[in-house]
Design a protein around this ligand. Structure first.
Ligand SMILES: Cc1cc2nc3c(=O)[nH]c(=O)nc-3n(C[C@H](O)[C@H](O)[C@H](O)COP(=O)(O)O)c2cc1C
Length: 315
């Protein structure tokens, strides 16, 4: 998620769950290939398994960007066919590609030919006036024929004009049934559902009905402990002990100290930690102290200690 799932956020999420697949923010192929913005590819080795999401629509350029991603060590290269923002439409990236399935297939084929790691697609069920039950099967068939074996479907349409990106994540109605129908129609495809899933209970219900994966965006960001901390045990059957929010804070401290020592600022990391205690007594104090103090000049990890202390007092 752009501006949210940066490397600091992913580092935190990986502390909470060793097994879930994490995705980068979308990185555009022109930024990498023409702009040489290779710093966008940096990540911490602990983030594995981690997928690089690319935006673009030029097969040659995407193949080059995928190669750069694979060389940087990403475990998967994902093509964004779901983002509806204007900026992205102008470059023919994202959700507008739902109207050009043959081009998406060319992109997938070119990326597949360029890298050994898996090439996957994230898409919508359709855009604008498209009839999802007509266009989605055709879209999936074409990208599968081009070598894409894993797809995440955001189970709502995007409206390319008239709705903001934020509205496009809430207003078009969710059609989970269609995604389940696609799994029945394409049993060989690994299909993940996305959109509005807020808990592991809901994720488990989709998996029990036969889907292969569930992608959780906003809830994983806003309530990371609730969504991620028990995912290893409940979804992957792992026996690893559940990490408490306090353990997660303790594990973040050395990372934050390294970040600050190399010129970074506290709030760049702690802004992703605001929801760590969501729903627990005193959580508001935790958020408040971090929000107020972490962006001050010279702020260090003592702000975390203060936030923990004030949270406990308020509980
Ligand atoms: C701030 C923000 C940024 C997002 N950026 C991306 C992105 O870069 N790539 C992408 O595929 N989806 C992006 N999304 C969409 C989410 O991945 C997801 O499809 C959507 O929020 C619906 O899932 P959810 O209800 O679990 O959040 C973004 C969502 C938000 C809230």
């Amino acid at each position: 998620m752009m501006d949210w799932t940066d490397r600091h956020c992913r580092y935190l999420h990986r502390i909470l769950s060793a097994r879930t697949l994490l995705y980068t923010e979308m990185v555009t192929s022109p930024a990498l290939v023409r702009g040489g913005a290779l710093h966008l590819l940096k990540f911490d080795p602990s983030e594995h398994p981690v997928a690089l999401q690319l935006g673009g629509s030029d097969p040659v350029e995407l193949a080059r960007a995928a190669t750069l991603g694979a060389e940087a060590g990403y475990d998967e290269i994902n093509l964004n066919c779901g983002c509806p923002s204007d900026r992205v439409q102008s470059g023919t990236f994202g959700a507008v590609l739902m109207k050009h399935p043959e081009l998406v297939a060319d992109c997938v084929a070119a990326m597949r030919a360029a890298v050994d790691v898996e090439v996957t697609v994230k898409c919508r069920i359709g855009v604008d006036e498209q009839e999802p039950r007509e266009v989605l099967p055709d879209f999936l068939e074409r990208i599968a024929a081009a070598g894409c074996e894993r797809v995440t479907i955001h189970a709502r349409k995007a409206w390319l004009q008239g709705l903001s990106p934020k509205e496009n994540r809430d207003i078009p109605p969710l059609d989970y049934e269609l995604v389940h129908e696609m799994k029945a129609a394409f049993p060989q495809l690994h299909l993940s559902i996305n959109g509005g899933v807020q808990s592991l209970d809901e994720a488990e219900a989709h998996l029990a009905r036969g889907l292969d994966g569930v992608m959780i965006g906003r809830s994983a960001y806003h309530t990371p402990w609730d969504v991620l901390a028990e995912a290893d045990a409940r979804i992957y059957g792992s026996e690893r002990e559940t990490v408490s929010p306090d353990d997660a804070v303790a594990a973040m401290v050395p990372y934050i100290e390294r970040h600050i020592a190399t010129g970074g600022r506290l709030h760049q990391v702690t802004r992703h930690m605001l929801g760590l205690f969501a729903g627990r007594p005193g959580a508001r104090k935790w958020r408040q102290v971090l929000s107020e103090k972490a962006s001050r000049d010279g702020a260090g990890t003592e702000v975390l200690d203060e936030a923990l202390g004030r949270m406990r007092e308020a509980a």
